[in-house]
Structures are given as C-alpha cells and as structure tokens.
Design a protein around this ligand. Structure first.
Ligand code: GAP
Length: 538
C-alpha cells in the first residue's frame, strides 16, 4: 500500500517533525518549508544515496559545490535572464495572480473568467552584492545548480585530467519565485537539486541519453520509488526548455496530483559550454547561442585521438530533492491492520459511520460541495471496512465535519479500534530511515535496565554513524507503533533476561531485536549488534 492522499503525508510530516512550514510563528512564508529533526535525516540520507550511486560507485564522475551567487553574466549567457519566465495572469475580479498554464482560463479563487492577458514573469529572485544598490550590484539566487557546473568545466578538466565521457555531480539549493507555490514540498520557492552534467562526444549524446534514462529509473527503484509508478514523458518539441534538444521527464504518480515531474533528463547539446565560451565562431557549435563578448575562456575539450578541440555535448539528469523525499514518503506509507477486529466492534463502528453520514446528508450548515465530498469519502470508507477504518480520522478533519454532532460518537467508536488494531508504518529502505534503531528498557524505573539501554543506543549511534534513539515514555507496544510511524527498521528491548535477572540465564547480555516490517523478534547478543545491523544496512 502507498499513501492514498497527500494529506496523510502532510499530517505525518507535521505530527512527527519531518517538515514544518517556514517561519511558522510569524504566519509562514508561502512556498517555503523547513526540515525538522526527522526530515533532515531522511533528506540527507536520500542525498547520500544519490551521491553514493553517482559519484562513489562510478569511475567517471567528479563532485562539485559551486556558490549560489554568481556573476550576473552567467544568467545572461545561460539564457535565464531572457527566457526563464512563466506566463502570469491577474484575476480582475478578486485581484489574485496565477500561472496561466495551470488554471484553464478560470480563476481558481473566485471562478471568474475575467483574466488579464498572460505576460512573462521572470522567476529568478534578484538581490544585490555589496553595499551600493546600482545595476552593477545586481545578482540572482541561482534557479538551477547546473550553471555552477558549466562555468567550472575548465577548472575541473584542468585539475582532474578527465577524458570524455565524464560527469560532474552537484547537490545544492536553487530558488524560483514560483507564481503559485503549492502542494506541500512539490512546488516551492526554495529547494534542492541533485544534478549531473555528463559530458560526451558529440554524436554519442543520444545513446548516452538513453543510458541515463535507464540509470535514473534504476536508482529511483533502488530508493523505493518503483519503476511502474513512474511514467516517462518524452517532452514534445514545443514544450522543450530553450537549451534542450530532447528531454525525458520522469513523472511520478503522486497521490491527489497524478503524474508529476520528479526529475528531468535533458540533452543540452553544446548549448551551455558554447554559450559561456569566447571565440564562439571558431567552435563549430550546433546550438544557437547568444554572442559572448564577456567570457575569458574557451570551454572545449582536447580530443587526443583526433588532435582537435571539441565542445562536448551534455546529458543532464536533474532531480528535485524535496520531490524525491515526498515520493519516497508516499511510497513507504502504509496503514495496516495488525490484528483482526471483533465482529461486534466492527458493527458498532459501521453503525456510527452510517448515522454520521445520514446526519451529513441532512445538514443545512454544510456547503453543498463540502457535504458531497464528505458523503463520497465516507461511503468509500464504509464500503471497505475494516481496512479503511483509519481514514475515519481524515474524514472527521474535512471542512465542516466539526459541525456534525454525531462525529464525536464516530470518533469515540473508531479511535480505540484504530489505536489497538492498526498501525501506520513507513516501509522506508533502511538506509533512508531517519532513525535506524530505537532502544527501549522494558521497565523505565529499573536503573540498570535504563542504563544498559542508554549505553546500547549511544554505542550504536557511534558504530553505525547514524541516528539512534532511546525511548521509555510508554508501554513497549506503543513505543513500537511510534517507531513504525517514522520508519525505524529495528527496535531493541532490554529486559530482565539481558541483565541476568530473568528465568533464562543463557539470555544474559542479549536483547530482543524487533523487525519493523515482519514484526518478528529475535534474540541477539549485545556484542553482535553492530555487525548484525551493519549487515542488514548493506
Ligand atoms: N537544470 C535543469 C533544471 O533545473 P527543471 O526541470 O527546471 O530542470 C529539475 O528542474 C528538477 O528540479 C525538477 O524535476 C524538480 O524535481 C525540481 N524542481 C524544479 N522546480 C521546483 C520547485 N519549484 N519546487 C520543487 N522542486 C522543483
């Protein structure tokens, strides 16, 4: 099972500290999010997997970390000053602003069709460098990390002596003043990109483009976003970015949003290196570039076999970190029944749901659209009980549900059953899990047990170089559920046997390790834990 609605993920992220709205205590800032204690671990783990697969596990890649602020001329010659625009329209009725290609001629706020003609809106954030605000100080926050790679091409080549084909990988922040940021992490104004610029001999570009498409689909699969949930969109010529000869967009099936781009893989030809080069006329460029009188470098590669300079073609796999985190969470999310429900309790909750929906149908306080949505959702849940019982919570959180008195009765019937018979579990790949291991003492008022559990947690965090947590704030069953919800693959319990105070002396210095997915438990010597867990994390 995967998430059935984005709200499930948004609510989990907020509740458990994966992602918070930016500047929340001041009312937030649209399109800006902060990653909390669990979110930063998950995001860093996703980036680490990308770096590992693309830099450490290949022989043809270098890394780079270029600055966010760059000389304005970079954005002049990259084409962004002139073409990095979205079509903006104003609604004359309610004065809201929209991206023309997202709204089909009707204002989503008030429904009016009285809209202005679309006009280009440049999405780069501008700022000034230095204390004097004249035009010479103008700079932009980079809208893609890619340009940092292109302008460093000659530096990397000179310092590494690479031969074609080779790539440069970079992860970093990018900024876009999106007209309508929306859908949580999906469309934001500040985000991170994981980009590769892969330099190849002209003529080999199309074959490399296909290879990178396969490679990237394989990687998403390896981090838990299966191939069958991604469709490849071969971007038609009239939709291509100004630099692209051909682009494949990987479209992940996000809940509620449908297929949306998680990564673009573009054939950028010799456009970028050519654009940033001097002496363009001598370079036999195939791309149409703006004449460059400012560059001090010729961004070429000396082909030792043919003994001449060529401008390499570029294949660019460019993925969004936030969109990746969101997809990984959606795929990993499951609400599942851990124990069968007794028939009479199920009947009671079915009756309470029926009564609630009848009351919704009769309510005059509800907006008709809200009423219909609630009825449709409630009936869908009712048709799939008991599996969809946990969805009673989002049903009761729908707009207007609080005005239905019988909602309280439904919650009263459903909540204890959800707590006892269901769990939310994030089936994250262990390497992505924000917390690898949680350690509990069976009794929190037993000093030796607490001390042993704390010691194991500390040691494992150092040995694994990854986050571990200690928790003693509830019964073991509740602690397991709390860890399942954030995707912790293993929970360790220290008990009387561990301390040699139980009935089984052979279990001294061993602990129970419980597996998140199978919920199976096994006894492992404390001394073997690092190796045992490292093996599983491989
Ligand atoms: N260098 C090429 C480039 O930037 P892009 O298709 O504009 O291409 C690449 O962006 C990726 O960056 C997208 O596939 C998406 O994952 C991510 N991305 C772009 N705009 C975004 C936004 N406003 N919010 C979140 N992610 C975004």
């Amino acid at each position: 099972m995967t998430a059935t609605s984005l709200d499930q993920i948004i609510s989990l992220c907020k509740r458990r500290g994966f992602v918070f709205p930016g500047s929340e205590i001041y009312g937030g800032l649209q399109g800006i999010y902060d990653y909390g204690p669990l979110g930063v671990e998950l995001k860093n783990n996703l980036i680490a997997e990308w770096w590992r697969a693309n830099v450490y596990e290949r022989d043809d890649m270098e890394g780079l970390d270029a600055a966010i602020l760059m000389n304005r001329l970079v954005w002049k010659y990259s084409g962004h000053e002139e073409t990095f625009n979205d079509p903006l329209v104003d609604c004359r009725t309610c004065k809201s602003r929209w991206r023309a290609d997202h709204i089909h001629g009707r204002c989503p706020n008030c429904g009016s069709t009285d809209l202005t003609e679309p006009r280009p809106f440049n999405m780069m954030f501008s700022t000034q460098v230095g204390p004097v605000a004249d035009s010479g100080a103008l700079a932009y926050l980079r809208p893609e990390t890619a340009q940092g790679i292109f302008v460093n091409f000659a530096n990397v080549l000179a310092t590494t002596s690479r031969k074609l084909p080779f790539g440069i990988a970079q992860v970093g922040k990018a900024f876009r003043n999106e007209i309508n940021p929306r859908n949580f992490l999906f469309r934001v104004r500040e985000f991170e990109q994981m980009e590769i610029e892969y330099f190849v001999m002209p003529g080999t570009d199309e074959a490399w483009h296909q290879q990178w498409l396969e490679e990237r689909l394989r990687w998403w699969d390896s981090v838990g976003v299966p191939r069958e949930r991604i469709t490849v969109y071969d971007v038609p010529p009239d939709e291509l970015a100004h630099y692209s000869k051909r682009t494949y967009d990987l479209m992940y099936q996000y809940p509620d949003l449908g297929p949306q781009e998680i990564e673009g893989i573009a054939n950028r030809t010799d456009y970028d290196l050519g654009s940033h080069s001097k002496d363009q006329a001598s370079l036999n460029l195939t791309a149409r570039v703006t004449p460059n009188a400012d560059s001090t470098a010729r961004l070429t590669y000396f082909d030792p076999e043919r003994r001449h300079h060529v401008v390499p073609y570029v294949i660019e796999p460019s993925a969004g970190v936030g969109r990746g985190v969101l997809a990984v969470l959606c795929e990993a999310y499951a609400e599942e029944m851990t124990r069968a429900l007794p028939a009479e309790k199920l009947q009671a909750v079915t009756d309470a749901l029926t009564a609630f929906l009848k009351s919704v149908g009769r309510s005059e306080k509800l907006h008709p659209e809200a009423r219909d949505a609630m009825l449709a959702y409630g009936e869908a849940i009712g048709n799939h009980l008991p599996e969809r019982l946990p969805e009673v919570e989002p049903l009761l959180a729908m707009p207007g549900a609080e005005t239905i008195e019988l909602g309280k009765k439904l919650r009263g019937q459903a909540q204890p059953l959800i707590d006892e018979h269901f769990r939310t579990v994030l089936r994250l790949r262990p390497r992505l899990a924000p917390v690898k291991v949680a350690v509990f003492p069976l009794k929190r008022n037993h000093d030796a047990m607490v001390e042993t559990a704390r010691r194991i947690r500390r040691q494992l965090q150092l040995e694994l170089g990854a986050r571990t947590v200690y928790d003693d704030t509830g019964a073991i069953g509740k602690l397991y559920r709390r860890q399942d919800e954030i995707g912790t693959p293993w929970c360790i319990t220290v008990d009387f046997d561990t301390l040699g105070e139980g009935k089984e002396p052979t279990l001294t210095d061993t602990v129970t390790v419980r597996d998140r997915d199978s919920m199976a438990q096994e006894r492992v010597p404390i001394a073997d834990l690092p190796l045992y867990l490292r093996e599983k994390l491989r």
